[in-house]
Ligand binder design. Structure first.
Ligand SMILES: NC(=O)c1ccc[n+]([C@@H]2O[C@H](COP(=O)([O-])OP(=O)(O)OC[C@H]3O[C@@H](n4cnc5c(N)ncnc54)[C@H](OP(=O)(O)O)[C@@H]3O)[C@@H](O)[C@H]2O)c1
Length: 495
């Protein structure tokens, strides 16, 4: 006969706070006392329906559970045991949250059905009801309180150098992709490491998804050694869940789902401690993989189009690598703004993607010869978004119309040589050499720009990314893929 266990409680925290923790299928080792370790198998995201989490319990038992449903609108998830060393059979559980209307509190309902071997019904019912559910209620309360304490008791913390959360968790294990010698993708090596407890102004994040950017390749090759002394860890952006916080972290709390971009590299790791000023809470509906695929590239598209290109109706915009990570976002957003978008790509397959992303005209040219075609399509470019570098210099100058603004944001084909300013005077051109971090230099600016990116995603202006996923340990393969000119859209490492 199937057993049924039902428990419920009220948590003194808003439903969004409680749901941020519970929706993360891989968070229990951060708050539930019975769980010693949790990991998601096969590098899948913890919000991916079908993913399997692998628990090691403090009593030595192991349980593998699969996420069956996850609804951010109903605040509800269902999961089942697929394998366990405890004799719970056909176990299916549902977690449901409801807002409590008087006060900003949350009603939490947890129920399950399961079968047991004969004679063990009562023992296993008690274990689930008390050991898992009732203990879980108390553990989550404590977890949320610890976050509030870390945020709201600065005077207490000035006499005690670290907050409650940090005292409980000093340096914790992490995996990182380390570079000990500049060079090719084969130089990337995955090793064990630790992430220190957060100091004042810092936050420690369990990272789920890490954005791969062409900039990482420049650093790996040793083009900017001052920014990445060796041994070093690459990576400028990631998304995950806050483990704990230091003092003065602007309201971030353990359990918050967050993303960041940080001007100091170091994102290719499973746990990272970094300054909280670079970190944003993720809105509902933006999962970690989407954030890692979109944040740095979307912010780049925002400043390129708004601040530098002043792109609007009728602007003739030339976008190189139009099916790439940044390029495809720039094309989609520019098309929405009413620009005439001309894209360059290196293959017919990429041309189809670029058209789909919003290019009015696509030029297929692997040899960087595009200027004649640009002039034929639109008479010349008003703005050029150029991540190509050395191989495209002469053609960019030829493709430009009078008063064109040439934005050189990257150098995938090789470093840009010094530019003779007299080459610009022939068409009264202007030139910029921007870096995204200067356009999100303050938390307020970061919030504002990110807000536009999430809004553009929600409105369908930006396509929902479908990033190519690689395990963290396969970072070298991700680099090879990006350098091969075969990739389209974004690449993301899953920790
Ligand atoms: N300054 C900033 O703030 C900022 C921020 C983000 C990105 N960026 C720059 O924007 C550019 C795009 O970055 P991303 O991460 O989105 O990369 P991506 O565009 O997805 O990949 C690079 C693309 O560059 C093209 N490419 C042309 N010649 C190449 C070569 N010799 N080797 C490799 N690729 C070549 C390829 O597209 P085709 O084969 O279709 O030509 C390739 O797919 C990069 O230059 C990057 O440095 C700058």
């Amino acid at each position: 006969m199937l057993q049924k266990v039902v428990r419920s409680t009220v948590i003194d925290a808003p439903i969004e706070r409680v749901w941020e923790v519970l929706r993360d299928f891989n968070s229990h080792d951060q708050w539930h006392d019975v769980v010693a370790a949790s990991r998601i198998e096969n590098g899948e995201a913890s919000s991916q329906v079908g993913c399997v989490r692998n628990f090691t319990l403090k009593d030595g038992n192991h349980i593998r559970e699969q996420l069956l449903t996850l609804s951010d609108t109903e605040y509800k998830s269902t999961y089942c045991i697929v394998e366990a060393t405890v004799p719970l059979q056909r176990y299916v559980a549902t977690v449901t949250l409801k807002p409590v209307t008087d006060g900003d509190r949350t009603f939490w309902h947890w129920e399950s059905t399961f079968a047991t071997p004969p004679g063990m019904e009562r023992e296993l019912r008690d274990m689930v009801a008390q050991g898992v559910y009732e203990a879980g209620f108390e553990n989550l309360r404590r977890h949320l309180d610890a976050g509030v304490a870390a945020r709201t008791r600065p005077t207490e913390h000035t006499t005690q150098p670290v907050g409650r959360v940090r005292e409980a968790t000093p340096a914790i294990p992490s995996r990182e992709v380390r570079l000990t010698r500049y060079g090719g993708a084969e130089e990337l090596e995955t090793v064990d490491a630790t992430a220190p407890a957060p100091q004042p102004g810092e936050v420690r994040i369990r990272q789920r998804a890490i954005g791969v950017n062409y900039f990482d390749i420049y650093l790996r090759r040793g083009w900017i050694p001052g920014l990445l002394p060796l041994p070093g860890v690459l990576g400028m952006e990631a998304a995950g869940t806050v483990i704990d916080v230091g003092e003065g972290t602007g309201g971030l709390l353990p359990g918050d789902r967050v993303a960041y971009l940080c001007p100091e590299p170091g994102a290719y790791r499973s746990v990272r401690t970094l300054p909280a000023r670079h970190v944003l809470r993720l809105p509902q509906g933006v999962d970690e993989e989407t954030a890692a695929a979109l944040l740095l590239k979307g912010l780049t598209a925002d400043y390129l189009l708004r601040d530098l290109g002043h792109v609007d109706k009728g602007t003739r915009l030339l976008v190189h690598a139009a099916a790439g990570g940044v390029g495809s976002l720039v094309c989609a957003w520019a098309r929405h703004l009413g620009a005439t978008v001309v894209g360059t790509v290196s293959s017919e397959a990429k041309a189809r993607i670029a058209r789909d992303r919003g290019c009015d005209h696509v030029i297929v040219a692997r040899d960087y010869r595009f200027a004649d075609a640009v002039r034929a399509h639109c008479g010349g470019a008003d703005v050029i978004v150029d991540g190509l570098g050395v191989a495209a210099v002469d053609e960019n100058l030829a493709a430009a119309d009078r008063r064109c603004h040439w934005i050189s944001l990257g150098q995938a084909s090789g470093p840009l040589p010094p530019l003779d300013a007299d080459r610009l005077v022939m068409k009264s051109m202007t030139f910029s050499r921007p870096v995204v971090f200067d356009f999100v230099a303050t938390p307020a600016e970061l919030q504002e720009r990110a807000g536009r990116v999430w809004a553009a995603l929600a409105a369908g202006v930006l396509p929902r990314p479908a990033p190519e996923l690689f395990a963290l340990a396969a970072a070298g393969q991700a680099h090879q893929r990006l350098e091969s000119r075969e990739s389209t859209g974004a690449l993301v490492l899953v920790a």
